[in-house]
Design a protein around this ligand. Structure first.
Ligand SMILES: [Zn+2]
Length: 112
């Protein structure tokens, strides 16, 4: 039985096109985490272990002054163990369930 399980794992790993082996439960691709809701693109500003601070700019409209202004939003996103993210990367994040007090986003893709 043990050998069979090993073979199955091997086949699984080969199917993932030589990607890193990922046993992360909070991974949106290999785990059970479902991504739904809002999606954003931003720059990684800081990394604390498995948490990244992602910043992006958006335009907001002030009705009183009839003008647009730039606003920056920072949010915290979880980094799955199969993704290689460094500070300065442009990433895509998606909304998921609340992973901790401040994390309810997960990094989905490295764009640059
Ligand atoms: Zn994964």
């Amino acid at each position: 039985m043990k050998n069979k399980n090993k073979e199955n794992e091997k086949n699984k790993n080969e199917k993932m096109n030589n990607e890193k082996i990922c046993h992360d439960e909070k991974c949106p691709f290999h785990g059970t985490l479902s991504v739904r809701g809002r999606y954003f693109q931003g720059i990684v500003k800081k990394i604390f272990g498995k948490r990244a601070v992602v910043e992006f700019e958006r335009f907001i409209y002030y009705k009183k002054y009839e003008r647009y202004a730039k606003a920056r939003t920072r949010l915290h996103a979880y980094i799955p163990s199969c993704l290689d993210i460094a500070i300065g990367n442009i990433v895509k994040v998606g909304e998921c369930r609340r992973l901790s007090k401040i994390m309810h986003f997960v990094v989905l893709k490295k764009i640059k």
